[in-house]
Design a protein around this ligand. Structure first.
Ligand code: ZN
Length: 241
């Protein structure tokens, strides 16, 4: 299902900080939270509800697909963002060079808080980064972004099937993606496509239930965690979670 089809199915909710967690993290991180309290956000238009954030992503993706992306004035964006950031969405994307979330959603600098790892899975580091995005920066939406023909997922399938570990540090990718692959391995058909989809769905669930910060923000309807799959051929992002 594409984002267009889902836009009216979401419950409205207001964007806001998880105040207790933000205060704690602000103390730990010094100026990041403190500066936000003292100054208005550099881009006030980025203060959006979760639904409005997703709609903004959808419109940006539509422009990207149609080849009518906006022109960005990087010089003045740099100046505006020197004093802080106010991203309207956080994205956990595969590291694949063909994805590029800022292009795929036709966004400017300071708009998206992006973490990328081959296979777009959640581990302690990416969960912590998403916690920062939500609790300190007030991001109202987290999007997990996989893509078709994902090499990380395909390598995991082959490694498990052949019972052959990948070289170097790559087994850590296999370990993270393996549960999603195993969940669909007996279903037959397009195992790669199903595993890619399952990996996005599982990662959305893991982020949304990550205690204490993300789970509380979801329960209070301050954020939404959603998942999409980027089509390499036409650039469209189909929502799957
Ligand atoms: Zn990938």
């Amino acid at each position: 299902m594409c984002v267009t089809c889902r836009q009216n199915s979401f419950q409205p909710s207001r964007r806001g900080l998880v105040l207790g967690a933000a205060a704690t993290i602000g103390l730990l991180l010094g100026n990041a939270a403190g500066a936000k309290e003292k100054k208005p956000p550099p881009k006030p238009q980025n203060v959006l509800s979760p639904d409005a954030s997703l709609e903004r992503l959808r419109k940006g993706n539509a422009r990207y697909v149609e080849g009518v992306s906006l022109r960005h004035d990087f010089k003045h964006e740099r100046e505006a963002l020197a004093g802080g950031q106010n991203p309207f969405a956080a994205i956990l994307s595969c590291a694949d060079s063909r994805i590029a979330p800022e292009y795929a959603f036709d966004s400017g600098r300071g708009d998206l808080f992006v973490c990328r790892v081959a296979g777009n899975f959640a581990n302690n580091d990416t969960v912590a980064s998403m916690e920062y995005a939500v609790a300190v920066l007030g991001v109202p939406l987290i999007l997990v972004l996989g893509h078709d023909s994902c090499g990380a997922v395909d390598s995991t399938i082959k490694s498990l099937k052949d019972d052959k570990p990948l070289p170097g540090h790559m087994p850590s990718l296999v370990e993270a993606i393996a549960p999603s692959v195993k969940a669909v391995s007996q279903q037959g058909g397009d195992t790669l496509g199903k595993a890619i989809r399952q990996n996005v769905i599982d990662t959305v669930a893991k982020l949304g239930s990550a205690t204490p910060i993300l789970s509380a923000a979801v329960e209070q309807h301050k954020i939404r965690v959603v998942g999409g799959i980027y089509r390499l051929r036409d650039g469209m992002v189909d929502m799957v979670a």
